[in-house]
Design a protein around this ligand. Structure first.
Ligand SMILES: Cc1ncc(COP(=O)(O)O)c(C=O)c1O
Length: 405
């Protein structure tokens, strides 16, 4: 296999920065005297650039630019949203509803809040990764202050029914927060249209630079107030103090503008490539799709290759193909992915899963190459596997008594 060829199918972990974004950032990153004078010394140049980027981002999600708070990324935005609401509305209630398949930035923050007296309900999901809306409504109590449901899942791409959840929140007067990190810039995300009041997202998942993100906080109907988690100079309307990352924000703004213009064509092109990858790989025996087939992101497919251990399969790619087994953030450990376990997969199928996430720069040649390499890897691993041989002989592995010695 050609070692020099690198095929990147891990865009849910991070996206490459678009060259047009880099170009927009350069004047704000270069350390020439002219640039320094213009940007550092004459602060208004930087201020104007930040305001412009704020507009570009607000434009993408159709909110007012005053409703955008810049942060260091979605992790910080998730923390600010959850902790900020809990502290601000604590006297009203201490109950938060979220979902078992949320990103760790939400789950671990909820753990933290539980230690501070919050009561957290974690909703189950079905085989497709969708929550049960009747269960959600039944979980609401008089002390519920917030419902936090991610827009699209990072491992499976499953998209929740945001509009109906928004309607339920409105009916019960509960704030609605969403971690939309995997959705913004890739599919239309309009929080006001679906009744989301607080929304976290990140630049590096939409072809912008790393280390910058945003939190949308509704200022009208309802006006949401948050307790700041970073105290200091009162930047970002007092909600997030600290000198802003100007080059990062400029790049984030440019990434939002490009997404606004190109998202529809990108999604159409990439979903065709994703479908080709999925269809071709599904021709192998015992391949299972994890998550929803219909309600999902256009660029993601999460497949389990039964009796093929995912990490082992990745090694057969000889570092030519970047994909993910389990969550990008937890794949260093060999725990089966908690997201896939929540979908009801057994350990064997969870361990044999691979997430393919395509992107703006994925070509048809990349996909063709990946199909061939993955099929070859799966066949190779199965050829070596006594378990696969037993399965092919028709032995039901659940009935086998394994020797203790
Ligand atoms: C759904 C989701 N939320 C939050 C994050 C964290 O984003 P960031 O790296 O910008 O902190 C990620 C990144 O993997 C994610 O996929």
């Amino acid at each position: 296999m050609d070692r020099k060829r690198m095929i990147y199918l891990d865009n849910n972990a991070t996206t490459p920065t678009d060259p047009r974004v880099v170009e927009a950032m350069l004047p704000f990153s270069m350390n020439t005297r002219q640039c320094q004078a213009a940007i550092t010394l004459f602060g208004w140049v930087a201020e104007e650039a930040v305001d412009y980027a704020r507009e570009q981002i607000a434009n993408l999600i159709e909110v007012d630019s005053k409703e955008i708070i810049f942060t260091s990324g979605a992790t910080e935005s998730d923390n600010l949203g959850l902790k900020g609401v809990f502290e601000m509305y604590r006297r009203k209630g201490n109950h938060i509803i979220t979902v078992k398949t949320e990103h760790k930035a939400i789950l671990d923050t909820c753990d933290h809040l539980e230690k501070l007296g919050a009561e957290i309900t974690y909703l189950e999901v079905n085989r497709e990764g969708l929550i049960d809306l009747t269960e959600l409504e039944a979980a609401i109590k008089p002390n519920t202050i917030l419902i936090s449901v991610m827009w699209a899942n990072n491992e499976t791409g499953t998209i929740q029914d945001m509009k109906t959840i928004g309607d339920i929140c409105a009916k019960h007067g509960v704030l609605f927060m969403s971690d939309a990190t995997q959705a913004v810039g890739k599919i239309p995300v309009k929080p006001k249209k679906v009744g989301v009041h607080i929304m976290a997202f990140s630049s590096h998942k939409m072809y912008g630079p790393k280390g910058v993100g945003a939190l949308y906080v509704s200022r009208k109907n309802p006006r949401v107030k948050l307790t700041a988690q970073m105290d200091g100079g009162g930047h970002e309307r007092g909600m997030r103090s600290g000198t802003l990352n100007v080059p990062g924000i400029v790049g984030f703004g440019k990434a939002a503008e490009i997404a606004k213009n190109e998202m529809t064509q990108d999604a159409e092109r990439v979903s065709k490539l994703r479908d080709k990858l999925e269809t071709e790989l599904s021709k192998l025996e015992e391949v299972y799709l994890n998550g929803a087939k219909q309600s999902r992101m256009p660029h993601v497919t999460n497949l389990s290759f039964k009796h093929v251990e995912g990490e082992g399969l990745m090694m057969t790619f000889n570092q030519n193909i970047a994909v993910s087994s389990g969550s990008a953030c937890t794949s260093a450990s060999l725990e089966p992915s908690y997201v896939l376990v929540a979908l009801g997969l057994g350990d064997d199928l969870a361990h044999s899963s691979i997430r393919f996430s395509l992107g703006r720069f994925t070509t048809e040649e990349d996909v063709d190459y990946a199909i061939q390499a993955v099929a070859q890897g799966v066949n190779h691993m199965r050829d070596l596997s006594p378990i696969w041989e037993m399965y092919k002989e028709g032995i039901d592995l659940n009935t086998v008594t394994w020797s203790e010695h």
